[in-house]
Ligand binder design. Structure first.
Ligand SMILES: Nc1ncnc2c1ncn2[C@@H]1O[C@H](COP(=O)(O)OP(=O)(O)OP(=O)(O)O)[C@@H](O)[C@H]1O
Length: 229
């Protein structure tokens, strides 16, 4: 379980997240929504231990998040320029040497599923194929928490579809919690268990998608409109 306890994050005078309290259960796929600058990336970086809270604390399965939490969290915001001259296969092989929990066989399965050529250099990949490679690298780690910051952003519908299908196929929904931020909520609606809304640095709502649908007869879009309009 991921738990935020009174978490505030300030960058100089800007408060990116304000007194956030949150519990995210194991085995859920959670969509994180919010307008530009709402604090979504900040929330993810806090979970990944890449930034530290100004106030409060975050725990994963009872362990306080610090920089060492990388062993429990798979998070890849951007594919580093560092990999530009590597081929797809070399990048996968490199990740396998960096993370003990990296499952090379799974990486190969996802790569084949996504139809990504092994010999193409990263610098020659299209944006869509870079997106696919990021998904392969993120999902191949056998860790309890997978964080995906805008995995569908700027990609064409076919690539978005293959990424969404890849998520349902390759995430271990018994053991892994997935938090993904997106502006394309409709395209991931069918795979989400929960939705979380951030507005101006505050967590304003956290719902179970089925409860929204059956108890309140609302789709995610209607729920979002009520929050953001
Ligand atoms: N390193 C930083 N230094 C200063 N301000 C920052 C820094 N990172 C983020 N911010 C500010 O904190 C606020 C929240 O940013 P964040 O990137 O978390 O939002 P977001 O919801 O992910 O936005 P987007 O949808 O545009 O990616 C914004 O006002 C942003 O300008």
């Amino acid at each position: 379980m991921i738990e935020f306890k009174h978490v505030t994050k300030r960058y100089m005078s800007k408060t990116a997240l304000r007194d956030a309290n949150l519990k995210l259960d194991q085995g859920k796929i959670i969509g994180l929504v919010g307008l530009n600058g709402a604090g979504k990336s900040t929330a993810m970086k806090l979970i990944a231990g890449l930034v530290t809270p100004t106030k409060g604390s975050i725990e994963i399965d009872g362990e306080k998040v610090t920089r060492r939490i990388a062993s429990k969290v798979s998070y890849l915001s951007e594919l580093d320029e560092y990999y530009a001259f590597y081929t797809v296969q070399q990048t996968i092989d490199f990740f396998a040497t960096q993370f003990k929990d990296f499952n090379k066989q799974k990486a190969e399965e996802i790569r084949a599923y996504m139809n990504l050529d092994t010999n193409t250099k990263v610098k020659h990949l299209s944006k869509g194929n870079r997106g696919r490679l990021k998904i392969i690298l993120t999902l191949s780690r056998e860790v309890p928490v997978l964080l995906m910051d805008e995995p569908l952003s700027g990609l064409d519908p076919l690539v978005r579809d293959s990424i969404v299908k890849g998520l349902i196929t390759f995430v271990d929904t018994e053991k892994q919690t997935v938090l993904l931020s997106t502006h394309q909520i409709m395209e991931v609606e069918m795979i989400l268990d929960e939705v979380l809304a951030i507005k101006d640095g505050e967590i304003v709502d956290h719902r179970n998608v089925e409860d929204l649908r059956y108890d309140e007869q609302q789709g995610i879009l209607e729920w979002m409109s009520a929050i953001y309009e």
